[in-house]
Design a binder for this molecule. Structure first.
Ligand SMILES: NC(=O)c1ccc[n+]([C@@H]2O[C@H](COP(=O)([O-])OP(=O)(O)OC[C@H]3O[C@@H](n4cnc5c(N)ncnc54)[C@H](OP(=O)(O)O)[C@@H]3O)[C@@H](O)[C@H]2O)c1
Length: 268
């Protein structure tokens, strides 16, 4: 049966792959922020403008969707960015930007669409960073954790029949990694006292952008969660994500020693 999907961040990486898959047999509303990338969307998708840094665009996007349909089967919150750097130096405005894009925009759009989501699902693309074990990308990890906590609370509280699912991929080969290097260049240049660590982080990001798992792995997990009658609240994608989940259960003191040791080894 043809279903109705809303997918944000549909012009690149995971969102684009999800959009391509679901648009084959369904109605897909595809979120873009840059009109120059509209050609990345499948011809049959219905594009809508949404810029997570512009709250009025989120309200307009929700109104547009509601003017076209009175029911959504699945809302997939995909759009995201990475704010990275040393906590000692990161400007607080950068932390605000991180939460605006990765948390508040998703909550805003979801709240506005809840009235037409009864009987449906919300699938958030979180991250293994949500397990909170990665230094130098703390804003990103904190944003994903906040996303998971707030949407899990929504699941516990809500009286409508809506299933909330968090997908936590490990490293996936998408343009996100290259973007994260470019967008954080200024912050990196101010942490000269962390040169070795930042150099390692950049090298690692470059490698992940190429050697990460293919986007299809995330698409397969989303399909599994979306088609399940009783989906789990959380799915990890990739061995790295499973390992991150496992070690995040260690006592904080032991975990910190382990991470510091590993980082010192790798950032020589
Ligand atoms: N790649 C990974 O290893 C990985 C792992 C775990 C989780 N994730 C998560 O997966 C999601 C998708 O990331 P990806 O890897 O597919 O990266 P990507 O290729 O960079 O895609 C990110 C998407 O979000 C959009 N976006 C970014 N900032 C936005 C804003 N301010 N307003 C509206 N849209 C915005 C981008 O638009 P443009 O196309 O215009 O840039 C793009 O469509 C993110 O939430 C990310 O955190 C990724």
């Amino acid at each position: 049966m043809k279903k109705i999907y809303i997918i944000t961040g549909a012009t690149s990486g995971i969102g684009k792959a999800l959009c391509e898959y679901f648009a084959i047999n369904n109605t897909v509303f595809a979120g873009y922020r840059n009109a120059e990338k509209l050609n990345e969307l499948p011809a049959q998708a219905i594009p809508f403008f949404i810029d997570s840094n512009r709250p009025e665009s989120i309200a307009q996007a929700a109104e547009f969707i509601k003017s076209k349909t009175d029911k959504i089967d699945t809302l997939i919150n995909v759009s995201g960015c990475v704010v990275a750097g040393a906590m000692e130096h990161l400007p607080v405005d950068e932390l605000r930007r991180q939460f605006e894009v990765n948390v508040f925009a998703h909550i805003d759009l979801s709240q506005r669409l809840l009235p037409i989501l009864d009987g449906g699902k919300i699938i958030n693309i979180s991250s293994m960073s949500s397990f909170g074990i990665f230094p130098f990308i703390a804003p990103y990890g904190a944003s994903k954790r906040a996303l998971d906590i707030m949407f899990n609370a929504l699941q516990l509280e809500i009286k409508k029949d809506i299933k909330v699912i968090s997908i936590k991929p490990g490293a996936i080969a998408t343009p996100l990694w290259e973007k994260s290097i470019n967008e954080n260049e200024k912050s990196f240049s101010t942490c000269t006292d962390y040169n070795k660590e930042i150099k390692f982080m950049v090298k690692n990001a470059k490698a992940n952008g190429v050697k990460g798992l293919p986007v299809e792995k995330v698409v397969q997990t989303v399909i599994k969660a979306d088609s399940a009658k009783n989906p789990r609240p959380s799915y990890t994608v990739g061995l790295d994500a499973k390992a991150a989940e496992l070690i995040s259960h260690l006592p904080q003191g032991i975990l910190n020693k382990l991470i510091k040791f590993k980082l010192a080894q790798k950032a020589k």
